[in-house]
Design a protein around this ligand. Structure first.
Ligand code: NBP
Length: 475
């Protein structure tokens, strides 16, 4: 065979990434379960580069130079397993399979082990950036055997987004590490979007600003430290006017947020790892609440008990919202990176958080100025215990904390829901507290379950004989 890479699964993502490889000078073997998609791609873009049309898996595998490199871009789950098994039967020891779909990292761990047994190298690569990114440069998070990266790394780095001359692609670590960090990336994306939604809602409901003016605020914020793809497209979406009704499009869109599962996975994994990713969790729950249609309908008219009027100085409150958004965003990223550290430790991945921030600067949905700061934070201190403690972020949050409190207080007294702003602020307050009521929790646990406690003044484990003379015994 002569093709340097094969792509199987030629729906939007697969065909765009195949075109991306071809436009970088690679010969690309094309395969799809049904030939129609392959032919549609060749008909439209066949002249863009060197493609090899194949119909069967055997033909596809035969079209590749050795070691063979195949990128799978099919539906996650059972379809991916089916395709992997078909490919593995046709491939030989030393060949490389890359799963570029949104696989659950535990599936990737299982698949990598199964392929290793057959002498095949398996890479689970998280790919972010949607259709547009796949075509023009996504952020790629490959996890798998280091040996496989030597062979596929140069190709993936060539087609990835480039920022300041650096590719948005790096070897993340072994087996499921790439899909794990992609999962957390998506979780952070959920939190970012929820925070943007709360900022928008406050401008609307607390300040009564017209949608077009709110769009301008986001446009302005996009030239500050908040500069990011999501803030940029928020301005775009809010500027869109519905052709049929003449209303802002956002007002004719049904307010029930969908989800495909990566946010939920992030929170489930965080629960298992014992990491408080409250920002991401609030975002996932906020989507769920928005879609609880019958409950929401039944709850219309519940008393609000509004305690305060709108802030008098609208301009000042918009600035406060900006500070609250930024501080809450720092919390969400700090928590996401904590989850990555915990996952990395649990599975022995050795993920380098600084290089992760580096490859999220371009191509992906959460790309932002902000990530340069995270990269610097980890470059200065690779062992940083929390992003909130990096000098830059610490100062930014401390400068904004009064505004953050005003926003949460005003939202609360006016009855505007801000779950992510509020819980991020509580997280910050809990983290910096010298003492937490967890001491009382321990006392209660010891009372009803003899779960024991530790003392602040001496080592050891203790139990109080609550039902006897209440004396303390060493447990
Ligand atoms: P889809 O997720 O819609 O998958 C469609 C592709 O899967 C088609 O090529 C289809 O073949 C193939 N397929 C299915 Br379905 N079942 C199959 C089976 N049993 N055997 C072989 N092929 C099968 O495509 P997509 O939206 O391009 O996404 C591809 C992957 O990339 C997914 O894992 C997705 O989660 C991930 N992803 C998507 C985005 C995005 O923005 N859309 C971003 C990042 C990652 P057919 O043509 O014969 O039906």
């Amino acid at each position: 065979g002569t093709a340097q890479i094969g792509v199987t699964g030629l729906a939007v993502m697969g065909s765009n990434i195949a075109r991306n490889f071809a436009s970088h000078g690679y010969t690309v073997a094309l395969h799809n379960r049904s030939i129609a998609k392959t032919d549609a791609l060749l008909e439209k873009h066949g002249d863009d580069g060197d493609f090899v049309r194949t119909e069967t898996v055997e033909e596809f595998v035969g079209a590749l130079e050795r070691p063979r490199r195949v990128l799978i871009m099919v539906q996650a789950g059972a379809a991916t397993d089916a395709v992997i098994n078909e490919l593995a039967d046709a491939m030989e020891a030393g060949d490389i399979i890359i799963d570029g779909g949104n696989a659950l990292y535990t599936d990737t761990i299982r698949r990598e082990a199964a392929m290793a047994e057959r002498g095949l190298l398996f890479i689970g690569a998280g790919i972010s950036g949607g259709e547009e990114g796949a075509l023009n440069g996504p952020s790629i998070m490959p996890g798998g055997p280091a040996k496989s990266y030597e062979s596929v790394g140069p190709l993936l780095e060539a087609v990835a987004a480039q920022v300041d001359g650096e590719p948005c692609c790096t070897h993340i670590g072994p087996d499921g590490s790439g899909h794990f960090v992609k999962m957390v990336h998506n979780g952070i994306e959920y939190a970012d979007m929820q925070l943007i939604g709360e900022a928008y809602d406050l401008m609307r409901r607390a300040l009564d600003l017209p949608v077009a003016e709110i769009a301008d605020v986001f446009r302005e914020w996009n030239s500050t430290e908040l500069e990011s793809y999501l803030i940029e497209i928020t301005a775009e979406v809010l500027s869109q006017v519905d052709a049929e009704t003449g209303k802002p499009l956002v007002d004719v869109i049904v307010d029930e947020a969908g989800q495909k599962g990566t946010g939920r996975w992030t929170v489930k994994a965080a629960l298992d790892l014992g990491i408080p990713t409250t920002g991401i969790a609030e975002a996932v729950f906020a989507r769920a609440l928005s879609s609880s249609t019958s409950q929401r309908t039944a709850a219309q008219g519940l008393a609000s008990g509004t305690l305060s009027a709108a802030p008098a100085d609208k301009k000042a409150f918009v600035d406060d919202i900006k500070a609250a958004l930024y501080a809450s965003k720092v919390v969400a990223y700090a928590q996401g990176f904590d989850e990555i550290s915990a996952g990395s430790a649990e599975y022995g991945w050795n993920v380098d958080r600084g290089s992760l921030a580096t490859i999220w600067r371009g191509g992906c949905i959460i790309r932002a100025q902000f990530l340069n700061r995270i990269r610097e934070a980890y470059a200065t201190d690779p062992e940083l215990p929390s992003l909130l403690l990096a000098p830059y972020f610490r100062e930014a949050v401390e400068n904004g904390v009064d505004a953050w409190r005003r926003v949460v207080a005003t939202a609360t007294t006016m009855g505007v829901p801000v779950p992510a702003f509020a819980s991020s602020l509580s997280y910050y307050d809990a983290l910096r507290s010298e003492r937490l009521p967890a001491a009382l929790t321990q006392g209660l646990r010891d009372f009803f379950g003899a779960h024991t406690y530790k003392r602040v003044d001496k080592p050891g484990t203790f139990h109080t004989l609550w039902s006897e003379d209440r004396s303390e015994v060493e447990a």
